[in-house]
Design a protein. Structure first.
Length: 394
């Protein structure tokens, strides 16, 4: 049986699944289900790996954790404990939450589009550095801040890069960013508004795969060409995009390959390199524990119902992101049956897995869904008034 989903914090001992030495079966019994369990060690290990990769570059660098991926207080506390890591925020409330967890204004970067006057006024009052991606926002922000306030400009990568060819995973030719051909116009608009452009930003896509290294290189080359046109350039922000495995045959872009692309295309600029990882940091740090409530056959389908629906983790229903499903009673057992795993939300899209091979499962058994540390609970809702899962950090 393939065990690609195991990692230093997620292990199997005596046919039990452990997370940082804690029995997931016992945690489910203690706290109930559905239950998110987050690993502090994994979050800090992922940040450490990223810092080590960036430290090999000949220019300065800075990490801003994308808190929209997971904003649980324990996760933010774990991030806060890692030196020289800031927060990437995309709303006033995210800024406020970051400040509550000890991040100062210089440690927070704000990056979002289609901003209201209320949003811009909040950022102006906070003194946080902002990256803007529209002529409208440049003009309106300039009316709110002192002259010579520094801002960043976000540019459209113009190249489709992401977890798959599905357009939901890439940010090219979508609502984000100026076009590369609009550099001069954006600079003129910023100057007329009294702003100083000190950085450029580009986010290529989500969950970039190794097969797309060439396209990432092209996007970075385009970003470098934009950056060379900014006379007051201080930093280049490459956003996020690094991901990880969601199924056995995934081959994510490695840190080493990503670092080489930065070295080749962006380091020669001499500017500080910034990045905004979310998925890379929090993805492997989360497990969702659920209880099986229904096992039966209908219309030739073996149905497996659990006490959690897509409202607590919309990724499978919204984006088709696959999850590994592991029975806690037999985590390494070979499959014996294929199940359609579904939740308790009154929507036909409430499907965790359409055809999931598992060992024999009975009502009352516990399952682990993984990896669910990123963009899971943070995207949840209270649809059908089912409430949210409990979240703990170990």
């Amino acid at each position: 049986m393939s065990t690609w989903w195991l990692h230093p914090s997620l292990t199997v001992t005596n046919d039990q699944l452990y997370f940082d030495g804690h029995s997931l079966r016992e945690l489910a019994r203690q706290h109930g289900t559905p239950l998110y369990v987050y690993s502090r060690a994994t979050i800090q290990r992922q940040l450490g790996l990223l810092q080590s990769a960036l430290a090999e570059l000949p220019v300065a660098s800075k990490i801003y954790y994308a808190m929209k991926s997971n904003r649980h207080p324990g996760v933010l506390a774990a991030v806060r404990q890692v030196p020289d890591v800031g927060i990437d925020a995309c709303s006033p409330r995210e800024v406020s939450l970051a400040r509550e967890h000890g991040f100062s204004a210089p440690e927070i970067s704000f990056n979002a589009g289609m901003l209201s006057n209320r949003d811009l006024a909040f950022v102006a009052e906070s003194g946080i550095h902002i990256t803007l991606d529209s002529f409208s926002a440049l003009r309106r922000y300039g009316e709110l801040v002192p002259r010579h306030t520094p801002v960043g400009l976000r540019f459209n990568p113009g190249i489709n890069v992401g977890y798959s060819p599905d357009t939901r995973f890439n940010y090219s030719n979508d609502k984000f960013g100026f076009e590369a051909a609009e550099v001069e116009q954006a600079l003129q608009t910023a100057q007329s508004a009294g702003l100083v452009v000190d950085s450029v930003h580009m986010h290529v896509g989500w969950g970039v795969q190794a097969s797309m290294a060439g396209q990432v290189g092209q996007a970075f080359e385009r970003l470098a060409a934009v950056a060379r046109q900014i006379p007051t350039l201080r930093a280049v922000n490459v956003g996020g995009g690094l991901g990880g495995q969601y199924q056995a045959d995934d081959s994510p872009l490695s840190l080493a390959a990503w670092r080489e692309l930065l070295l080749r295309h962006l380091s020669p600029l001499g500017a500080t390199l910034l990045c905004e990882p979310g998925t890379f940091v929090s993805r492997p740090a989360g497990v969702l524990l659920v209880e099986v409530n229904t096992v039966e056959e209908r219309r030739g389908v073996h149905w497996l119902g659990v006490d959690a629906g897509f409202a607590i983790n919309p990724l499978p229903a919204l984006y088709g992101i696959p999850l590994k499903i592991v029975p806690l009673h037999r985590p390494l057992a070979e499959p014996a049956q294929t199940y359609r795993v579904v939740g308790h939300i009154n929507e036909v899209t409430d499907v965790w897995a359409a055809a999931c091979p598992l060992p024999a499962v009975a009502e009352g058994d516990l399952l682990a869904f993984l990896p669910v540390g990123a963009y899971s609970a943070s995207m949840g809702s209270d649809h059908c008034l089912r409430g949210q899962a409990k979240e703990i950090v170990i």
